[in-house]
Design a protein around this ligand. Sequence first.
Ligand code: PLP
Length: 223
Amino acid sequence: MTGHGGAVAALETVRAKIAAAAREAKREPAAVTLVAVSKTFEAEAIRPVLQAGQRVFGENRVQEAKGKWPALRAEFPDVVLHLIGPLQSNKAAEAVALFDAIETIDRPKIAQAVAAEMAKQGKKLALYVQVNTGEEPQKAGVAPKEAVAFVRWCRDAVGLEIAGLMCIPPAEDMPAPHFAFLRTLAGEAGVAGLSMGMSADYECAVSLGATCVRVGSAIFGGR
Ligand SMILES: *Cc1c(COP(=O)(O)O)cnc(C)c1O
């Protein structure tokens, strides 16, 4: 595990690699948002990364995020929090209250629950539809062949603005074809955001158009 000082140095390295991959692809480095995935790490491991200027973080569990982020937010009010793990509809109220973005909209019931909570709380989150590009039975996300229709349904039937698509390629696959596929689907669905790329493959994702990369262990160390 990387020590706390290690996380700050690692953050700088990740930022530099994102910028280099963006320039290589003739993209603006600022067009890529680094989501620092802090799941399983305690507040004292996260604070140095906040002090180093990182503001966008990802958590995969509502309950865990609720335990540590309200206090960190009091110290750093401009934090932007992304939910990157599966959401149950009975947690929609808590998720909408706590997060600024939900990357894992993947079924009608969740879309409706999130829409109802955003209306109730008067809060607008950035929403991404998760696509199961590898069609893995154990993995969350809409099937690729349903993705475009689901985005349209979210817009037209539920009135939800969808910011983009998100994917987690199968661990055993080369990621590039999944990233390219997600970009194609986003084009068909008419959404601009592409949340793709993790510690092992974020540079590849940036070269294929990622607007958000979700990087955990390369910053915070092993979990
Ligand atoms: C944990 C997680 C990440 C970060 O993974 P690393 O390999 O540690 O960078 C990214 N996305 C999702 C959805 C995750 O659950």
